[in-house]
Design a protein around this ligand. Structure first.
Ligand code: SAM
Length: 339
């Protein structure tokens, strides 16, 4: 893993925070709506939806992306809510991939709508997708998400592989008492398929505090899946993001661990987030946000928006304060911030 000192300065980057982190990665939630009701993400009484008028329009998002690219952002991920639910998303993706200076554009989806839209996603120029899937059991899928979409999700995943999306990352949030009996099965998938299985630690946030105090952390998962063979570390580059990557000796795919709780990656965090309602969020786990939508809609020039953006990054906290003994107090909802 390179240290911050090893990472070359981005040419002309104006997005360097007080801790000398270069923020070149913008994650954008384009909607807070979702077609699943995952028990750990969406509270049973539901979250009030953001009014349509408050959601950034596509042209507003594209304008902010162009400005962020001029400041040093080179990587964007589109997320939600469920991004494929939003009307016009494929045209939007096409416009996004045409922005000069964006080197990496990816999409995170629950894959419910994937199968019938993969060709449009590909035609728009997206090459990499992350798919969230927390169980390999059809009945359990329905219990976790509230819907019986398991088969159509797998049809989507298989088709994505056939038509050349690479890598396909499968994101699994490990949930004690819910899917912890399946973690070895997920890891086993990497032997036969070139999937990158990403185990993600659950973070208590928003209205979803269901697992507060009951953590199942990455070191325990590593111990459990090591019964399948030796996990060999994969050489990592600056572009890799926070996952600690491994591979089983004879496997086609990879295993990765994203450990916001057991191993903060704050010191090398390069992320900014644009929420569905136009707030620039500097840290997923801090509610401090800068209202870019207000600035946009008050008629600020591109130059002024760039100044607001560049000043905002100086407010990025050094680290979050969530850990196994401290549940934190993040009130923002994952679906509107963008997971
Ligand atoms: N609908 C898309 C999807 O399912 O990938 C994108 C949005 S979803 C909020 C993004 C990711 O956030 C999913 O992988 C989900 O499992 C994860 N997530 C939601 N709440 C979480 C939490 N409290 N802790 C960790 N991950 C969470």
């Amino acid at each position: 893993m390179p240290s911050l000192e090893d990472i070359p300065a981005l040419p002309n980057s104006k997005l360097i925070d007080r801790y000398n982190r270069k923020l070149n990665y913008l994650r954008i939630s384009i909607t807070d709506r979702c077609n699943l009701r995952c028990i750990y993400c969406v509270p049973p009484d539901r979250i009030p939806k953001i009014a349509h008028a408050e959601i950034l329009r596509y042209e507003e998002i594209l304008r902010l992306v162009r400005i962020s690219v001029s400041l040093g952002v080179s990587k964007v991920r589109i997320t939600g809510g469920e991004p494929l639910l939003r009307k016009g998303v494929y045209d939007f993706l096409e416009q996004l991939t045409q922005i000069d200076g964006l080197l990496d554009i990816s999409l995170t989806t629950n894959a419910v709508l994937l199968k019938d839209n993969l060709h449009k996603i590909k035609a728009a120029g997206i090459k990499r997708i992350n798919i969230s899937l927390d169980t390999l059991n059809r009945n359990k899928f329905q219990k976790i998400t509230g819907y019986d979409y398991y088969d159509q999700i797998w049809e989507g995943i298989k088709l994505a592989r056939q038509i050349g999306f690479d890598p396909i990352k499968l994101n699994v949030v490990h949930l004690p008492g819910i899917n912890d009996d399946e973690l070895t099965d997920f890891a086993r998938l990497s032997f036969e398929h070139p999937f990158h299985i990403r185990f993600i630690e659950y973070m208590p946030m928003g209205n979803s505090q269901m697992l507060t105090g009951r953590h199942l952390l990455a070191p325990e998962i590593i111990k459990r899946i090591s019964s399948l063979g030796k996990l060999i570390p994969v050489d990592q580059s600056e572009k890799d993001g926070p996952a600690e990557r491994f591979k089983f000796e004879t496997a086609l795919g990879e295993i990765g661990f994203i450990q916001p709780i057991s191993r903060h990656f704050c010191a090398r965090c390069n992320r900014l987030r644009l929420t569905a309602d136009g707030q620039l969020r500097l840290c997923l786990l801090s509610d401090h946000q800068i209202d870019l939508k207000a600035a946009l809609r008050q008629g600020c020039s591109d130059g002024r928006l760039a100044e607001i953006f560049a000043q905002a990054v100086r407010e990025k906290p050094s680290e979050h304060n969530l850990n196994a003994g401290h549940p934190g107090n993040v009130s923002g909802q994952m679906c509107s911030i963008g997971g």
